[in-house]
Design a protein around this ligand. Structure first.
Ligand code: AMP
Ligand code: GLY
Length: 430
């Protein structure tokens, strides 16, 4: 098969790495890719949001499957355009991608179909939103309805902070059109958990659980990032909890999307809060998590590609995925010093081959480019995902940090405590 992967991050490197290993894959392209992806795929000078150019390339090159990594092109209708051109695509239609593209759509779906989530109100008027906040009290959560590059959510500890978030979105227009509608919701207490499933429109194939660390610094402190590390499976996700997530959330979500006339096809990433009342939806994403995808791909034993095709063709019940069930995978993000704020670009990285001498380690590239002479340079905020497998989170963590220490990149930094909660659990701690 001829495959095109869309995107340029660590998630897409992991997808290309898994797809390139498939005996069914003849030719693999990635648009636009990065220096790590170039080891697996032919990188194209087409941006992930250039829908016209992506469709034209897929048509011209007779692509058999397009796998879309990021959410923005899906929300913008890339899957619809590809389908209209007769090209098979892994990823939801724009109407179904509203699960991530509109918090209001997601919350209304949950309310209509009794899918557990935080109590909420939806507002297009700042005064009405503030009146609701005053009535409910703090802590309370204010969310921009649309895509806001991960910055549209304020978990407010006071009523004043929540009202300021309303003004930021609605008066200052900090998120543009994405903040013209706000969802204000109850604060949920508990442990966060991510759950992934393939969905073919009617059927779901549960993949795995994962947890990530969004804060930039150790101890889950500092500014929020796209994710500084992750591990899978999440020890908090017991078989009983997983069954509850499937029965109470995954299955009803898939059924309700079909009932609404917007069947979901692709990977569904459910962000959950494990509360004393059971698991509740924090958010839906219409893509693999980044860096969660990297740990999922490391745990996958069987060929990913037939499962992606079965998802796209609506015959997922025939798919069969096998996992390294008794192993954990953990990834540590190496980021440029200063990220998520301003940081230097084009600094030189070396030592990746040394880091990968351990057969249980793979280094995925999230933001790199290579000079003509082979010099590897950092081009983004999150730059490398040092990923390791082990028989426990503790073992995988130790292997990942050994590999991190083999990499020479003075302008980079990472958290030193990825997986701490699970490691504490494994050592019999609280
Ligand atoms: P979201 O973009 O909706 O995932 O929100 C970003 C982050 O804000 C989540 O990962 C949670 O840590 C936090 N968050 C969102 N909604 C809530 C909520 N209702 N209660 C507590 N924390 C929340
Ligand atoms: N790591 C969180 C995300 O991909 O949204």
């Amino acid at each position: 098969m001829r495959i095109l992967v869309v995107g340029s991050g660590g998630r897409e490197h992991a997808l290309c790495w898994a797809i390139a290993a498939s005996p069914v894959c003849e030719t693999l392209y990635c648009a636009p890719g990065n220096a790590g992806i170039a080891q697996e795929a032919q990188c194209l000078d087409i941006k992930a949001d250039d829908i016209d150019a992506l469709v034209a390339f897929a048509e011209k090159e007779g692509i058999d499957l397009v796998v879309v990594g990021p959410e923005a092109p899906l929300v913008a209708g890339l899957a619809d355009r590809l389908k209209a051109a007769g090209i098979r695509v892994f990823g939801p239609s724009a109407a179904a991608a509203a699960l991530e593209g509109s918090k209001r759509f997601a919350k209304d779906l949950c309310a209509k179909y009794d899918i557990p989530t935080a109590a909420f109100g939806t507002f297009t008027d700042a005064d009405a939103a503030k009146a609701y906040i005053r009535e409910r009290g703090a802590p309370i959560v204010v969310k921009a309805d649309g895509l806001a590059a991960g910055k549209g959510v304020t978990v407010a500890t006071t009523v004043e902070e929540a009202c300021a978030a309303v003004d930021q979105a609605m008066v200052d227009g900090a998120f543009g059109a994405a903040g013209a509608t706000l969802v204000v919701e109850e604060f949920m207490e508990g442990e966060e958990l991510s759950f992934f499933a393939l969905v073919d429109g009617a059927n779901a194939l549960p993949l795995a659980s994962a947890q990530d660390h969004k804060a930039a610094h150790d101890g889950d402190k500092g500014p929020n990032t796209g994710g500084m590390g992750a591990y899978s499976p999440a020890p908090v996700c017991t078989p009983a909890l997983e069954q509850r997530i499937i029965d109470d959330i995954l299955t009803p979500t898939v059924r309700s999307m079909a009932a609404e006339g917007t069947p979901y096809q692709g990977v569904l990433f459910i962000g959950l809060m494990v509360t004393t009342d059971g698991p509740k939806v924090v958010e839906y994403n219409v893509r693999f998590g980044d860096p969660e995808c990297q740990v999922l791909m490391m745990r996958l034993k069987s060929d990913l590609l037939p499962a992606l095709v079965a998802t796209a063709d609506g015959v997922l019940s025939a798919a069969d995925l096998r996992w390294y069930d008794d192993e954990t995978a953990l990834t540590v993000v190496l980021a440029a010093e200063g990220y998520p704020g301003t940081y230097e670009k084009n600094t030189v990285i070396s030592g990746i081959e040394r880091a990968e001498e351990d057969p249980e380690v793979t280094v995925f590239h999230a933001g790199t480019a290579r000079d003509a002479d082979g010099t590897l340079r950092a081009t983004g905020g999150r730059v490398l995902n040092v990923t390791a497998r082990g028989r426990s989170v503790t073992e995988a963590q130790a292997a990942a940090y050994r590999a991190v220490d083999a990499i020479d990149w003075p302008q980079g930094y990472c958290r030193r405590d990825i997986g701490w909660r699970a490691v504490t659990r494994e050592s019999g701690g609280a």
